[in-house]
Ligand binder design. Structure first.
Ligand code: MRU
Length: 356
């Protein structure tokens, strides 16, 4: 998608280095950063310079390419893959991408391994773009239907950033929105700010602005009253891990939005590529929920009147905090899942019908 009218992807490989857009600096500064080795790829994931389930998967794949460039040695590669998987625990795409790469590299000799790794990382990236585009085409039908019935602007609420910045291009939750907008359907997006890191306010609103999609940033707690007032036609969010029973793990606060949506008869959709499905667990209590640094809660970062980025503390130093990064929305609150293969019920039967 576009930044300043120029097309970008979130990650690319150039001159033996990986290039990323440093998302910790957005929306105030647009900085392209180089990752030169696997350690830098791991740090970029940990510090959330790259974030969003599909994008951290792609970064991990390129991280293995960097590992081979640095030292073409099997035990180093194995250690790199373990460290990459551990860098963030909740999004299954990370493990999915590393496992896929390692399977492809297994048994390959020193001379061919780099080319094979690079090709597979590129395949992961291209596949994600294709899948996100298909999610957009499938989700477009839902927005179109509401628009035809309502004959007015479709108001869509989203949480966190499941936009193109969280993927390689298009996004998951935003892809149907971009497709609708490009088709001339009138859409308006309610953007949850998404405390504590404000991915909604800093990233979703930013990327929607760049594409010219009307949007309004709201506090995380405003969705309920907007739904009660009939100002939300549908919710659409992304996911970091979807269980085979249709339960969805996503950014903290997603669950509360789904409850409010249920109470107000607002359809609640989850958009995902198949790389986000975890077929191995059925019990959501087994999902490792990332607990992040309390500084993300105790401090906020923004730009002052001199255009300098400042970080300020917002509550007493003595106060304890708990910073859980994700929660789980049970399948019963989800209207449908929107995938690259089509739309299905959030259930084992629904998912298996699409992904036999
Ligand atoms: O902690 P983040 O910013 O990586 O969390 C991102 C999300 O929760 C997204 O909704 C999810 O990864 C889906 S991305 C298409």
């Amino acid at each position: 998608m576009r930044i300043n009218n120029k097309k970008f992807r979130t990650i690319w490989f150039e001159e033996n280095k990986v290039k990323i857009i440093d998302q910790t600096k957005l929306p105030h500064q647009f900085i392209i950063k180089e990752l030169k080795n696997v350690k830098e790829a791991i740090n970029a994931i940990k510090k959330m310079e790259v974030r969003g389930a599909p994008l951290i998967g792609a970064t991990a794949a390129y991280g293995l390419v960097l590992s081979i460039i640095e030292k073409n040695d099997l035990s180093f590669l194995n250690k790199s893959s373990e460290d990459l998987i551990k860098s963030r625990p909740t999004a299954i795409n990370l493990k999915w991408a590393v496992d896929r790469m390692m399977k492809k590299l297994s048994g390959k000799n020193d001379k061919e391994i780099l080319n094979i790794a690079l090709n597979e990382a590129k395949n992961i990236v291209e596949e994600d773009i294709k899948f996100c585009e298909s999610i957009g085409k499938n989700g477009l039908k839902i927005i179109e239907e509401i628009s035809n019935k309502k004959k007015d602007t479709v108001n869509i609420l989203t949480h966190c950033n499941a936009g193109w910045l969280a993927t390689i291009d298009w996004g998951t939750a935003t892809s149907p929105i971009y497709h609708a907008h490009q088709k001339g359907i009138k859409v308006h997006v309610w953007v949850d700010e998404t405390r504590p890191r404000n991915q909604g306010a800093s990233l979703t609103s930013y990327e929607l602005n760049e594409e010219g999609v009307p949007n309004t940033v709201i506090t995380d707690n405003a969705g309920g009253i907007l739904m009660q007032r009939g100002q939300v036609d549908m919710c659409i969010v992304g996911t970091d891990r979807t269980l085979s029973n249709g339960d969805v793990c996503n950014k903290i606060g997603t669950y509360l939005k789904a409850l409010a949506a249920k109470d107000n008869n607002v359809p609640f959709y989850v958009a995902l590529p198949s790389s986000t499905i975890d077929w191995s667990i059925k019990d959501h209590n087994k999902i490792p929920i990332e607990e992040r640094n309390s500084e993300e809660l105790s401090h906020v970062e923004g730009i002052d009147e001199n255009n300098s980025i400042k970080k300020v503390r917002i509550y007493p130093q003595k106060s304890k905090s708990l910073n859980l990064a994700f929660d789980v929305t049970p399948a019963k609150y989800i209207t449908s899942l929107i995938t690259e293969r089509g739309i299905c019920e959030a259930s084992e039967r629904g998912l298996k019908n699409l992904f036999k």
